[in-house]
Write a new protein. Structure first.
Ligand SMILES: [Zn+2]
Length: 311
């Protein structure tokens, strides 16, 4: 188990312990109230009497009625003294797993997976919380003759994010010149996916390269698994990294292969068009990137960063 996961497990355990302690404390305080304590004791007595009657094979109608009366009385007393009986149950942070980290069917809870990738992204120098989202999209930042195309790109990516996984092409390749908004829109899709509960690993191609290097140098297979197992892999600015011989292309190809087999999508932004990608990465890797499951989306227009600097 790696460090991040161990830490999350530890924190969950602490949270669970704290929630249970606080609930016990609330109950203890409520029982300091004499009227409530008596009403509660009466509920216990009636419950035992009803259970005994049932065990003896008696009808037990009288006992059951007394038990119901005692319950009602206790609720009334609680109301009178503003005691919240719901607060006696531990208030766990995650209603899916009650902070155990596992769902009922024994699977790792989505809360753990989400937190894991949030921290993993942070450890790679990226904060998923700082990602742009679709509400910030504004085609009017483009020149007048570019706005229609920009609005169309936004629409296509919004459709993708809304309909995923029911989309024909699960991978996205956003290509075009620097400063045309590729990264911005890739972030929008990523944050939409995080909101939908998917895990997202968001890396610049440079950070991805660094991860590959660490995986090789530290012989840390967990690092490679993180790349293959995240629900979404976003690689920003592919082509800007330095190609390390026997590492960059080979591991990227292996990672995309594995992801393809498990039907896990990628989103890639790049300044290269198809021709240049093939030239730069070779036929094998190119065929992984540009398979029939990849939607190509070209970004056009003037460099927005330069325009923004001018204004
Ligand atoms: Zn959970």
């Amino acid at each position: 188990m790696d460090q991040i996961l161990r830490q999350i497990r530890y924190e969950l355990q602490q949270a669970r312990f704290l929630a249970e302690q606080q609930a016990a404390e609330r109950l203890r305080l409520a029982l300091n109230n004499e009227a409530y304590r008596e009403a509660d004791a009466e509920v216990s007595r009636c419950m035992i009497a009803a259970a005994r009657a049932e065990a003896m094979g008696e009808a037990g109608d009288k006992e059951e009625a007394a038990y119901q009366r005692a319950l009602k009385h206790r609720t009334a007393v609680a109301k009178k003294y503003r005691i919240s009986e719901q607060s006696f149950a531990p208030q766990y942070g995650c209603p899916l797993c009650n902070d155990t980290g596992y769902t009922e069917d024994g699977k790792i809870c989505p809360c753990v997976r989400r937190e894991y990738y949030r921290r993993f992204n942070l450890s790679c120098g990226l904060s998923p919380l700082g990602l742009a989202d679709f509400s910030q999209c504004d085609p009017s930042v483009y020149a007048a003759n570019e706005q229609e195309a920009a609005a169309l790109r936004i629409k296509r990516l919004k459709d993708y994010a809304e309909n995923y996984p029911n989309v024909k092409e699960i991978n996205l390749l956003l290509y075009g010149k620097t400063g045309t908004g590729k990264t911005f829109l890739a972030e929008c899709v990523a944050s939409e996916m995080i909101q939908k509960g998917y895990t997202v690993l968001y890396l610049s191609s440079h950070s991805l390269n660094q991860l590959f290097l660490r995986y090789i140098n530290e012989r840390n297979t967990t690092l490679f698994e993180r790349i293959t197992q995240a629900d979404f892999l976003v690689i920003d600015d592919l082509g800007s990294e330095t190609i390390i011989k026997n590492i960059t292309c080979e591991l990227l190809q292996a990672a995309l292969n594995t992801r393809m087999q498990t039907n896990k999508p990628f989103i890639i932004t790049t300044n290269y068009d198809g021709l240049k990608l093939r030239e730069h990465y070779g036929e094998k890797l190119f065929s992984r990137i540009a398979s029939n499951k990849t939607q190509f989306l070209q970004f056009t227009g003037a460099d927005l960063r330069i325009k923004r600097k001018k204004t």
